[in-house]
Design a protein around this ligand. Structure first.
Ligand SMILES: [Zn+2]
Ligand SMILES: [Zn+2]
Length: 82
């Protein structure tokens, strides 16, 4: 009976260690603005700090894409030259 109890305890300890070693899940996809390096949300179109455009719509499929991406991730079209 005591052996069984120890087994359960060991199992619980392993489970707790497992949970502690899990990497923390990031709640928001915050990133930094390439213009002013202040914190911005990934899906913002324009940086509210310096008004730098962060996203544009693809000229081919009109999907929103990061302005730093040379190619549209949705359709592969090359972004217009800036
Ligand atoms: Zn900015
Ligand atoms: Zn596209």
């Amino acid at each position: 009976m005591i052996f069984l109890l120890l087994l359960v305890l060991a199992f619980l300890l392993l489970k707790i260690q497992d949970e502690l070693s899990d990497p923390l899940v990031e709640e928001s996809v915050a990133t930094s603005c390439p213009g002013c390096s202040k914190e911005i949300e990934f899906d913002w179109m324009v940086c509210p700090h310096c008004l730098l455009r962060l996203r544009e719509s693809c000229s081919s499929c009109q999907q929103g894409k990061l302005i730093s991406h040379r190619y549209c991730p949705a359709c592969g079209a090359q972004a217009a030259a800036r």
